[in-house]
Design a protein around this ligand. Structure first.
Ligand SMILES: [Zn+2]
Ligand SMILES: [Zn+2]
Length: 144
């Protein structure tokens, strides 16, 4: 796995370049919407000796720097993705919890117009569409 631009991303965010951070960036990129445990597993393929704490800290640092986006659908653990800054939304399955990307409905933030902005200058709308994924929906018995 080549990671040339991950070092550049860290540099651009004024973050120190560390092996756990590089590996976490690569793991998040390769596993969109993965939870912390899945990312830890993926990182340990590259860095077998990395601690849970180092991965946890890296995720927090990268999220705070805006290099990684953290989403947490209701009832789900936190999930991470490398697709940041494009105001995309998510669709989540109520049954199995799988999450997929949905492009911004309008094409630019905040995408949804608030019915009452309460005087706020709204910059973003975080939307989660809920439903059943095709796998969970298909074996359901036909309803009459
Ligand atoms: Zn499902
Ligand atoms: Zn996403």
């Amino acid at each position: 796995m080549s990671t040339p631009d991950y070092a550049e991303m860290l540099r651009g965010a004024a973050l120190r370049i560390t092996r756990p951070r590089l590996a976490v960036l690569a793991a998040v990129e390769a596993n969109p919407h993965a939870d912390t445990e899945s990312i830890l597993t993926a990182v340990r393929v590259e860095l077998p000796e990395v601690s849970h704490q180092a991965v946890y800290d890296s995720l927090h640092t990268l999220t705070a720097a805006g290099l990684v986006r953290r989403i947490q659908p209701a009832g789900s653990v936190a999930r991470y993705e490398s697709r940041v800054g494009d105001n995309h939304h998510h669709v989540a399955c109520r049954s199995c919890g799988v999450v997929a990307d949905v492009d911004c409905a309008v094409g630019e933030a905040p995408c949804l117009t608030a019915s009452d902005a309460h005087g706020f200058a709204i910059v973003e709308a975080e939307v989660i569409y809920w439903g059943l994924c095709s796998t969970c929906a298909s074996p359901a018995p036909a309803s009459h």
